[in-house]
Design a protein. Structure first.
Length: 94
């Protein structure tokens, strides 16, 4: 997913995992449930909900590709002495 705060996460009291967008404090954000429902909370709930809906719209427009179809490019970030790789680009093969 193109959003820098997106992660795939287990959801409490749910059998399936979902996509989660977390704010910097980890106290708010949005989640996309497997059925397409968007839940949001926290100080910037409206902005995160809008991002989640945009993610869903792009996924539907792309033909609902499975996770395995995406190609992700990574770049080093963080401490230059001990960098971690973070997602930089997302695309579907042509």
């Amino acid at each position: 997913v193109w959003h820098r705060r997106a992660t795939h996460a287990a959801l409490p009291h749910r059998e399936q995992a979902g996509l989660v967008l977390l704010d910097e404090s980890r106290g708010g954000g949005a989640m996309i449930l497997p059925d397409g429902t968007v839940l949001a909370g926290g100080e910037h709930a409206d902005a995160f909900a809008a991002d989640a809906i945009a993610i869903l719209d792009r996924w539907l427009a792309a033909g609902r590709p499975p996770m395995s179809a995406w190609r992700v490019g990574f770049i080093p970030a963080g401490d230059p002495a001990a960098p971690i790789l973070v997602p930089h680009t997302w695309k579907l093969p042509d």
